[in-house]
Structure formats: structure tokens, C-alpha cells
Design a protein around this ligand. Structure first.
Ligand SMILES: [Mg+2]
Ligand SMILES: [Zn+2]
Length: 207
């Protein structure tokens, strides 16, 4: 199963600014190319899950209903452009709540995989795309390949200070999709090569 986990703010939609949140629909703007990226991933057969921290709910800055409203619209626009997001997982808690769903924790990754009857082991073949250290850590903690996109909060320089570095860096989600597809092609090429080798061997044995 091909799986990609996406952060939301700074990846799918424009980063609202440090310490800020997307509190209403008017503030939700797709990053250029992100809808194309989601459509391409969908066509390539990826199951896409969104994993996003939205502590603004616990802080009382916006309601769960507002968040749902924004989500419904996002999913509608994704569908309208030929893409599909399988499920969206939000952590609406504060860091002090000690929940298991706030990234870099991986509760939501586990839940997403459980929703398609997969164990956490499957994450090792999945990608996690995000714009912050906590995304890269969450992806790493789950065992995913990680891609930092520069369309959001962090820039390239921040990563030098991180304990865990992203496996790849991309300009934005659209460029991240190239990396994901390339990686998969490399894997299938390797498999084809192995199969060719194997069939040659078996042919030799026959002679
Ligand atoms: Mg983000
Ligand atoms: Zn949480």
C-alpha cells in the first residue's frame, strides 16, 4: 500500500504566520501547486492522510466547528480537482495536555494506519511531508521517509540545528511529489533488475 502523510498548514495551504492559525475559511489559501500535487499522488495510487496540529482550538481561538467547516471546504476543492484525501487527523490539544496525537507524537499516524487495517510497520514505506521540525520528527518517529518543504514555516538553515534531519528537502508539495515518485520508480527498477537476474539464473539452471 502506497501511503503519504501530509501536514496541512504550510504544505497544503499557506502558512498563517508564526504563532498564528487559520481561524476562518477566508484565511485558507492553497499553496500554488498543492492541489495538482494531491491529484498526482491520488492518480499514482497513494492513500493520502493529513496529520495536523491545531492547538488553536484548545486555546479557544477558533471552534471545532469552524475547523470542520474549513476542512469540508478543503476536501471539496481537493475532490473538484481530481484528488482524494482519505482522512484528516487533527490534534486540537495543547502541548501540556500530554496527548498522543500532537506531533511529534505519532498517535494520529497509528490511527490513520489502523483505519486501513495496517500496522505501524507499514509507515516504513510511507512518506511524511511537512514544513516544521515537529513534522520531520513525527515522520521519523513513525519510521517514514521524511520530506521538508520550504513553502511553510522553516527554511533550509533551521535544519542544521535539528537532531533529526529530513531525508529530503523540496521547494513545495509539488516538488515533493517528484521525489516520492522517483523513489518509487527507483524501487520498482531495482525489483525489475532483481527479477531479470533471477529469471536468467533459472534459465541457466534449466539448460
Ligand atoms: Mg505546518
Ligand atoms: Zn492531541
Amino acid at each position: 500500500m502506497k501511503i503519504v502523510f501530509l501536514d496541512r498548514d504550510g504544505v497544503i495551504n499557506e502558512f498563517p504566520g508564526n504563532g498564528k492559525y487559520v481561524t476562518k475559511l477566508k484565511e485558507f489559501h492553497f499553496v500554488p501547486g498543492s492541489l495538482d500535487a494531491i491529484r498526482i499522488l491520488t492518480k499514482e495510487g497513494y492513500s493520502i492522510f493529513v496529520v495536523s496540529n491545531q492547538a488553536g482550538v484548545a486555546k479557544g481561538i477558533y471552534s471545532k466547528e469552524k475547523l470542520q467547516h474549513i476542512t469540508r471546504n478543503m476536501l471539496r476543492d481537493v475532490r473538484a480537482t481530481g484528488g482524494k484525501i482519505k482522512k484528516v487527523f487533527y490534534c486540537t490539544h495543547l502541548s501540556t495536555h500530554g496527548c498522543d496525537c500532537r506531533k511529534p507524537a505519532i498517535g494520529s499516524v497509528r490511527k490513520a494506519l489502523a483505519s486501513v487495517n495496517k500496522s505501524i510497520k507499514v509507515a516504513q514505506k510511507a512518506f511524511f511531508v511537512g514544513d516544521t521540525e515537529s513534522d520531520i520528527l513525527a515522520g521519523h518517529n513513525a519510521g517514514c521517509k521524511t520530506i521538508l518543504v520550504l513553502s511553510g514555516r522553516e527554511d533550509w538553515h533551521y535544519m542544521k540545528k535539528w537532531d533529526v534531519k529530513a531525508d529530503y528537502v523540496a521547494k513545495d508539495l509539488l516538488e515533493a511529489v517528484d521525489i516520492i515518485n522517483d523513489r518509487n520508480m527507483a524501487r520498482s527498477r531495482l525489483r525489475v533488475r532483481r527479477e531479470i537476474k533471477f529469471s536468467k539464473k533459472s534459465q541457466r539452471k534449466k539448460k
